[in-house]
Design a protein around this ligand. Structure first.
Ligand code: KG4
Ligand code: ZN
Length: 353
């Protein structure tokens, strides 16, 4: 089954084509195009919904066209080339939420129009589950990986921090999440306090390489709580107090604070996820969302799994597939191909698990 996937929930306009064979446990990525209006938003230090939506309108058709044109199938697999052949697409998958309403509508309405014109079934996809399913994507140079269930997913994006238990592809359950700010939001807000470019996450990761450990310590919110909730707003407040106290920061102080903040966030995420994984006898941990691109987070998970000799395998998508893309939307649809009538597809900014 070949699926054209469309994702426009925020500032990225993305289209991808994936292939999924029913008996196989992975999704093959055939083409993946992402256009971003991020540089426009970095000037304002955050996403301006109206600008994001206008850019979606500008990019949506060229991005879909390019995804179809770029699509190549491995000759070794014996499947013929797909390039430009709309007839070979079996279904269209589209992100229906959560996200910014103006941005979502561009993708949803485009997908509906194409589904109607091309007479293709249309599959609505929850963006959050898409981030988790990025773990099942395989490019032609990668060996397929086997993800054993039960799997515990840590979804860490700009707006969400959630723990989701997957017993199988049909049974997913939310078991915890943030009570206030998401981890990505904490990175972004601290980035702003430190005068770093938006988005804060990658900027903090970069400057923290020059940071000296131990110069600052920030709280690890809810680290010891017995539940699977997170809270990151206090961390941002603590950084804000420190910055006010110090006055104008020099480059070394910025790097030292960045390193300490990253350490706090990573420690809370890793410890709580591992605790949840052990409680639910998870055999796999799946990372997803923009913050999952953070190398310190990945390394810390590996280290703790090794140190405690846990029988849990860690999976994380390649870094470019952690941030928003359409391939992950196709991956979810590949495992859960449940089309609905195009007339019933609507954008839902508040969609959750
Ligand atoms: O998943 P995503 O691309 O968009 C949403 O669906 O929200 O996540 C964006 C978030 C931002 O908060 C950004 O600062 C964070 O992911 N992020 C990172 C890194 N790359 C992106 N956070 C920490 N380290 C990174 N390398
Ligand atoms: Zn996202």
């Amino acid at each position: 089954m070949k699926i054209l996937a469309i994702q426009t929930s925020c500032d990225e306009t993305a289209a991808a084509i994936i292939s999924k064979v029913p008996q196989e446990n992975y999704v093959k990525l055939l083409s993946n195009i992402v256009a971003s209006s991020l540089t426009l938003h970095s000037k304002t230090g955050g996403i301006v919904p109206e600008i994001a939506a206008r850019e979606q309108v500008r990019y949506i058709i060229p991005v879909i066209k390019k995804a179809i044109e770029n699509c190549k199938l491995s000759r070794r697999s014996g499947i013929p080339q797909l390039a430009g052949k709309i007839e070979e697409i079996d279904a269209i998958a589209v992100t229906v939420g959560p996200g910014l309403i103006g941005s979502l509508l561009v993708g949803v309405e485009t997908a509906k129009t194409l589904a109607y014109l091309w007479k293709k079934p249309i599959i609505p996809v929850n963006h959050l589950l898409g981030h988790i399913y990025a773990n099942w994507l395989t490019t032609k140079d990668q060996r397929p990986k086997t993800i054993d269930f039960p799997a515990l997913a840590l979804l860490v994006s700009g707006g969400h921090t959630d723990l989701v238990l997957l017993k199988n592809h049909k049974n997913t359950k939310w078991i915890g999440g943030t009570l206030d700010d998401a981890a990505g939001e904490a990175f972004d807000k601290v980035g702003r306090l430190l005068n770093l470019p938006y988005p804060g996450g990658p900027a903090i990761e970069k400057v923290s390489e020059r940071g000296i450990a131990g110069r600052f310590t920030f709280p690890r919110p809810m680290l010891g709580s017995l539940d699977f909730y997170f809270s990151f707003s206090g961390l941002k407040a603590a950084v804000s107090r420190e910055v006010l106290k110090l006055g104008k920061l020099d480059e070394q102080q910025i790097a030292d604070i960045a390193l300490a903040v990253q350490k706090s966030i990573v420690e809370v995420l890793v410890r709580k996820t591992l605790k949840a994984a052990l409680k639910h006898n998870a055999r796999s941990i799946l990372l997803g969302g923009g913050v999952a691109a953070n190398q310190t987070l990945r390394d810390r998970f590996e280290l703790e799994i090794e140190n405690f000799k846990l029988k849990i395998k860690l999976f994380a998508p390649s870094k470019s597939l952690c941030t928003d893309n359409a391939a992950m939307i196709g991956a979810y649809a590949g495992f859960n191909p449940k089309p609905i009538d195009w007339k019933n597809i609507t954008a839902n900014p508040e969609l959750y698990f």
